[in-house]
Design a protein around this ligand. Sequence first.
Ligand SMILES: Nc1ncnc2c1ncn2[C@@H]1O[C@H](COP(=O)(O)OP(=O)(O)OC[C@H]2O[C@@H]([n+]3cccc(C(=O)O)c3)[C@H](O)[C@@H]2O)[C@@H](O)[C@H]1O
Ligand SMILES: Nc1ncnc2c1ncn2[C@@H]1O[C@H](COP(=O)(O)OP(=O)(O)OP(=O)(O)O)[C@@H](O)[C@H]1O
Ligand SMILES: [Mg+2]
Length: 286
Amino acid sequence: MTGNWSVDEQFEIIRALGVPGAFDAEREARERIAFLAGYLRQANARAYVLGISGGVDSLTAGLLAQAAVRALREDGYLAQFIAVRLPYGTQADEAAARECLAVINPDLGLEANVKTAADALFTEVRKSAGDLFGTARDDFHLGNVKARQRMIYQYAIAGAANGLVIGTDHAAEALMGFFTKHGDGAADVVPLSGLNKRRVRAIATYMGAPSDLVSKVPTADLETDAPLKPDEEVYGIGYDAIDDFLEGKTISKSAAERILAAYRGSGHKRALPIGPAFVADPAAAP
Ligand SMILES: Nc1ncnc2c1ncn2[C@@H]1O[C@H](COP(=O)(O)OP(=O)(O)OC[C@H]2O[C@@H]([n+]3cccc(C(=O)O)c3)[C@H](O)[C@@H]2O)[C@@H](O)[C@H]1O
Ligand SMILES: Nc1ncnc2c1ncn2[C@@H]1O[C@H](COP(=O)(O)OP(=O)(O)OP(=O)(O)O)[C@@H](O)[C@H]1O
Ligand SMILES: [Mg+2]
């Protein structure tokens, strides 16, 4: 026991997030491509839909999805990968997003700007609930609206194309609860689940992604007032510590405490909506 956490809790979290002990990029890529191909076919769906931001998570998921639909087509099953660009106004790292698209080379590329819808909704929210807003956190709340507008767009496309929405959540973000509930956290399949950040990067490298995109500084990029704010600045610790934690390594007490506080406070984001406990009444059985 160190401070208010134990190694047992660390390993319980590693198990809960499905992080395997051993890692081999080639095997992980192959199995995750096979998973995506198999799931699309058994769902009788015809497309995967994914937002491409310029970050390494969507780059990696996009490379896996494009490989999966290519394999399905070679097997005679009609399927496509639809990559979507969803900037809010002008995106500071637009060039990286373009580079990702060029690397993935998706079957279909779509683009829509979420600024009009996000701003319109947020203006109405503020107008109707003004007393609750007008704080320094307004920009933060608008950030979650942006993430949810991206979700709405992707589900509209999936509905029209008989497709499934890909989410890019992985173990490092799941651990920190670092996603918008029902925003980027909403998806049908999560092909990066169980991976920490350095393993996501290793798969991207294995899949042939250039090093500038693989090592790009991770950013949620949701705050208008702080474009490209690094995730690590928000966490107050680095992905290296988070990744080490998920690999069962010993990390500093202060980093472990930050991680555990984030994990313990975000359980609701990793679970289905909760209701009152249902207790079966044997007398009511037919
Ligand atoms: N105990 C509880 N049980 C059930 N539900 C609970 C709850 N506590 C809050 N909630 C609900 O959850 C809501 C808060 O969750 P949420 O709306 O997600 O909001 P929140 O967790 O406050 O903010 C999202 C965070 O994720 C980051 N993010 C978002 C999107 C993408 C990325 C990225 O890496 O790209 C990062 C973003 O920068 C921000 O720090 C509350 O408003 C409430 O509705
Ligand atoms: N501007 C955007 N255009 C399209 N999709 C986006 C955009 N911003 C975020 N997304 C979607 O939301 C997901 C979550 O963002 P997140 O920042 O966690 O991942 P990333 O940008 O792919 O990688 P990184 O975490 O390294 O920045 C992205 O993977 C992508 O699918
Ligand atoms: Mg990002």
